[in-house]
Ligand binder design. Structure first.
Ligand code: IPE
Ligand code: IPE
Ligand code: MG
Length: 247
């Protein structure tokens, strides 16, 4: 690997995939893999805090995951509520601000209440913005943003759509990681990942540890982000983010 300086991505986004396979390999029910996935997520949050990552966004439940067997769906809902009850105090103590991103109106009143409680408890924190994408889909986000603009009678431009997205409170992800060996996006961050650096890990999500995160960051550090420019242009000065065209 090249010996370039380490660049800590400002915003890391992760498709946490492979919980079911982790469980199947051990002859355990799929939900056991999801439970292990929560432990892996907490470890990842701590690792991001220690490394100075400012925003972590994770894909926890997709718009399409409703199509899974009903017992897995209800197990995931229960796990979310239990994990929040167990972990929010620790996350709060660590300065983590939790945001839930997704269509929460489709969730039960019990789950919605748990989300609001976690967000309110951590609202003042600033060390790490932690976006949990739950009942989220990139297509849903683009459609709801367009709908919002239409209902306000506003023109649809790249800039106005960007500002109406459910993820408008953070800049686009610099590094997008998917675990579990699949080479696809599965409806995550369709709009925001336009210029994210992609990293696909063969580790199943419950196995994704600090070393795996460090490896992803080390590889990210070697990438040349050009945002459409030439290599010569970007090497003449540091480019932190794509220049948006005026609306
Ligand atoms: C990702 O793990 C977690 C969710 C989608 C909720 P999976 O459950 O998709 O695990 P695999 O892909 O079946 O191994
Ligand atoms: C993506 O994983 C969604 C989450 C990690 C929450 P999936 O397991 O649902 O993706 P596909 O179905 O393999 O594309
Ligand atoms: Mg999967």
């Amino acid at each position: 690997m090249a010996t370039s300086a380490l660049i800590i991505p400002y915003h890391v986004a992760i498709v946490m995939d492979g919980n079911g396979r982790w469980a199947s390999k051990r002859f355990l029910p799929r939900i056991a893999g999801h439970k292990q996935g929560v432990d892996s997520l907490i470890r990842c949050v701590k690792a991001c805090l220690n490394r100075g990552v400012s925003v972590l966004s994770v894909f926890a439940f997709s718009s399409e995951n409703w199509n899974r067997p009903p017992e897995e769906v209800s197990g995931l809902m229960d796990l979310l509520v239990i994990a929040l009850a167990k972990q929010v105090a620790n996350l709060n103590a660590d300065g983590v601000r939790i945001h839930f991103v997704g269509n929460r109106l489709e969730l039960s009143a019990r789950v919605q209440a748990a989300l609001v409680k976690a967000e309110l408890e951590t609202v003042a924190n600033q060390r790490l913005t932690f976006n949990v994408c739950f009942n989220y889909g990139g297509r849903w986000d683009i459609a709801q943003a367009a709908q919002k603009l239409v209902s306000r009678g506003e023109a649809i431009t790249e800039l106005s759509l960007d500002g109406a997205m459910a993820l408008a409170h953070v800049p686009d992800p610099d590094l997008l990681i998917r675990t579990g060996s699949e080479l696809r996006i599965s409806n995550f961050m369709l709009w925001q990942a336009a210029y994210s650096e992609l990293h696909f890990s063969d580790k199943l999500w419950p196995e994704f540890d600090e070393a795996a995160l460090d490896e992803a960051i080390a590889i990210f550090s070697t990438r040349e982000r050009r945002f459409g420019k030439t290599s010569e242009q970007v090497n003449s000065h540091y480019v932190a983010a794509p220049v948006k065209k005026p609306a």
